[in-house]
Structures are given as C-alpha cells and as structure tokens.
Design a protein around this ligand. Structure first.
Ligand code: FAD
Length: 433
C-alpha cells in the first residue's frame, strides 16, 4: 500500500521520478500553505487570494510547462496535472489560480513571436507577470464566433472596445490575451477568420476590471468582486476595454487566427487543467465521505457497515478510480507528442460528470450535516459546480466527441502544435517500482 499522500499505484504508468518528487513538493506546500488558508478564504469569499500565487511563483510553478530557455521548469503536462490536482485536493480555488494562468501562458508559448516571448515569457514563467485569457463575453459564452468586442485599425496599431466576462485571475493579472473581432460583420468573413488575439497589458489606458480592485475606500467599504457560489479566493471578474490602443507588435498569432488561439489553448491547457481540478475535488469528496461513514454510529456498528451504504461508497470509489486514469492518461499522451485532442476533451467531460455525481452522493450520505455551512462538504459541492462551464460545457464537449465518433473532426491541436509541446516534455525516466 502506498503512503497516504503518495501517488496511488493506478498512476504508476504515468509518473516518472521527477513527477513523484513534484507530487511530494505539492503535498508539502498544500499542508503548509494551502490547507491553513482555506477557512480564511471561505470566510472572505469576495477577496482575491494574493499570498498563495506569490508562494507558487517562488517555486516556479507558473512556468511548469514553459521551456527552460525562458526560465520555465519544462516539466511537461503530467507535471502540471500533478500540481493542479494536488492543490485542488486541498483547495480548488488554489488549483484554479494556477490553471487560469497556465492557459494564456501556453498561448503565448505556441503563438507568440520571438520578440513577444523574449519580452514577456520569462516573467510569465516566474509568476511576476500573471496572465488571463479573455474570450467569454456577457452575450457570447461558448459561442466564440459571436464575440462582439471589436478591434479596429488605428494609429498604426489597433483600438479595442468591448467587455469580457468570467475572466479567471482578473484581479491578479498583469497581461491579458484578449480575443476580438477584426473583420467587420458586413464583410461576411467566416467566424474562423474573423477574430484576432491581442496581448493587452493590464495598465493600458482604457482597461478596467469590474468590479473594481480591492480598495478600502471612502465610507470604509471595500469594492471587491462579489462572491461567487464557490472557488472562494479565486476571482473571475469582467474586463472592460474602452478604446484601448494596442500596438501591432502585440498581435498574438496573425490577423484572423484568434479562434485558433482560443480553441487550441482551451483544448491543450483549459480542458486538462479543469479535469485536474475536478479530480482533486473528487478525491476530497470520497475521503471525507469514507471517514464520515466509517465513524458514524448505527445499530452498534457504523454506517459503513450497512450493505446499502457500502454499495454507494463502492460506486463512488469506482468513479474516482476511473477519473484518475482518464485524467492522467490524456496528459500522458500529450507529453508523448501523440494526437490526443479527443482524449483531453473526453477526460474533461467525464471527470466533471463523475465528480458531480459523487458530490451528490456525498451530500446525501452526510444527511442534514451536509447542510451545515461550517462543514467542508458544502464547499466541495459548490466548487465542483465550477468545473462544468469553463473550457467547454458538457454539451460543447459532446459536440466535439460526436465529431470524433463520426470521424468529421477537423483540427488536432495536439498534433499541430506537437513541436512546441515537445519542448515542454519531461525527459522520461523509469517509474519507481
Ligand atoms: C470558474 C470559471 C472560470 C472561467 N474562466 C474563464 C477565463 O479565464 N476566460 C474566459 O474567457 N472565460 C472563462 N470562463 C467562462 C467559460 O468559458 C464560460 O462559462 C463557457 O464558455 C460557457 O459560456 P456561458 O457560461 O456564457 O454559457 P452559454 O454558452 O450561454 O451556455 C449556456 C447553456 O447552453 C448550452 N449551449 C450553449 N451553446 C450550445 C450549443 N451550440 N449546443 C448545445 N448547447 C449549447 C451550454 O452547454 C450551457 O448549458 C470561466 C467560467 C468559470 C465558471
């Protein structure tokens, strides 16, 4: 039997010695820094957690997938999953802070020019410059082609106007990847060529985050973001762009490639990241419920001794073991440079679904105690609601997966970007016996 905080043997085929080491570092970090902060983060749901990202930055984790030439750890995609998974076991908000930065960092790596990478990527890897990816809009959620934020040519560059919603790390970030419409609607340019991605510095004139950043202002009240249902400590606010002037040098990719930038980042980074958050929450749900059932007295024994309850716990454990395999298998394929878009998509879809089913069982098996807000369980239940929408809702994943089934899929981003993904691959070493 592995030690309680060691990787389960299910994961042995996917983990190198370097991954085992990172796993231990993540355990040590969460025990020392994350777990003690959870109650405080829950008690102040409107606050952006700032200390944890600073501490993660010191360990180089914001550059986990970035090449060493830019100051990254070049540890690969299984490694980033280890970090997000283990952080999320203690606090899904902490795991989400890390994952939200890794999506645009990947976009900059794959789509940035040498000049852009030289200018920003080292600071991005060090966590000195935190990033967001700003695609979603109030009226255009999963429908990227419906983006209304516009970028018009102006003064040798571009002028961007619009509003983005639910932007992860909005209150921490220094650099935003903003996807905007560059082809006017009347030109009838297909959506796949009508959008462009821009690197927008947070301190540019005309950029505001809403609700405003924390400021103990007049009348003593704070203007923090309003609390979300869960993920307390993680912020996902609105980004407003009011005629923001952007130099041509800040275009990420080429004009018309915005949808490719958004979709490749979502498939290669967003989906596996959210899969890992779901897995961390799933493990926490099973372990809390197991402890509860093993200790709750009933008929001279415990709830866990009742066959009906055992059957339910067995189902939860089966889901968890399934979720572990699909989560790590998909990023293992990515690290090996194999085409695996469909595996990344299916893993995100199913990992959330399995964890959400387990969350419902966990709540019911705790009876009325599940409803006490001081209990950990409502936090886990609330947090798992947050892994459904980002990086593609269930419906969006199933649309992609049906294309796989019908063999009508188009791009394989994992294959198309294999060369730059390969630079972030860890050197293989044998897994310990
Ligand atoms: C925790 C969190 C972090 C996030 N971080 C970011 C971020 O960093 N950057 C960013 O840009 N966005 C971010 N988002 C937003 C996220 O990407 C969107 O929520 C997602 O794209 C869905 O958009 P929507 O919520 O507006 O729902 P909608 O797209 O309006 O969908 C509503 C419902 O309709 C269904 N639906 C929509 N279209 C179809 C269709 N064609 N066929 C069938 N059903 C359909 C959906 O599946 C869903 O059930 C984040 C969201 C969350 C919860």
């Amino acid at each position: 039997m592995p030690a309680a905080d060691a990787p389960p043997t299910t994961l042995t085929p996917y983990l190198t010695q370097a991954h085992h080491h990172l796993w231990s570092l993540a355990e040590e970090f969460t025990a020392r820094h994350v777990t003690p902060r959870v109650a405080r983060m829950e008690a102040a749901p409107h606050r952006a957690e700032r200390t944890l990202p600073r501490l993660m930055a010191k360990r180089g984790w914001f550059g986990v997938t970035l090449p060493t030439e830019y100051g990254g750890l070049a540890a690969g995609h299984v490694a980033r999953t280890v970090l997000i998974h283990r952080l999320s076991l203690a606090s899904a908000a902490a795991g989400t802070i890390l994952q939200a930065h890794l999506i645009p960092a990947g976009a900059l790596l794959h789509w940035g020019t040498t000049e852009q990478k030289t200018r920003w990527l080292r600071q991005v890897a060090e966590g000195v410059v935190l990033m967001t990816i700003a695609v979603t809009e109030p009226e255009a959620g999963g429908h990227i082609g419906g983006i209304e934020t516009t970028a018009e040519p102006a003064d040798g560059g571009w002028r961007i106007t619009g509003e983005k919603a639910h932007i992860g790390n909005s209150h921490l970030a220094h650099l935003h990847v903003v996807v905007a419409r560059t082809a006017p609607p009347h030109t009838r340019t297909p959506a796949s060529q009508a959008l462009t991605a821009f690197l927008v510095e947070a301190d540019r004139k005309g950029v505001t985050i809403s609700p405003p950043r924390t400021r103990l202002g007049l009348h003593g009240f704070t203007a923090d973001p309003p609390p979300r249902l869960g993920l307390h400590g993680f912020t996902a606010g609105r980004l407003r762009l009011d005629r923001v002037h952007i130099p041509a040098a800040n275009i990420l990719g080429t004009i018309g490639e915005g949808m490719d930038v958004a979709q490749s980042s979502s498939i290669l980074y967003g989906r596996p990241n959210l899969t890992a958050v779901s897995l961390g929450l799933h493990e926490a749900l099973v372990s809390r419920t197991t402890a509860w059932l093993a200790n709750r007295p009933r008929y001279g024994a415990h709830l866990a001794d009742l066959p009906v309850v055992r059957d339910r716990l067995g189902t939860m454990q089966a889901r968890l073991q399934h979720a572990r395999v699909i989560t790590y298998h998909a990023v293992h394929l990515l690290d090996r440079g194999l085409p695996c878009d469909s595996d990344l998509i299916a893993a995100k879809h199913t990992s959330h679904q399995l964890a959400a089913d387990t969350a419902r069982d966990a709540m019911e098996l705790h009876g009325a105690h599940a409803l006490d807000t001081h209990h950990d369980l409502p936090r886990l239940w609330r947090d798992i609601q947050h892994t459904y929408a980002p990086a593609g809702t269930g419906e969006v994943q199933r649309i992609h997966l049906a294309k796989t089934a019908l063999n009508t899929g188009t791009v394989q981003w994992s294959a198309r970007l294999a060369q730059t993904l390969a630079r972030t691959r860890p050197s293989p070493d044998p897994a310990p016996a």
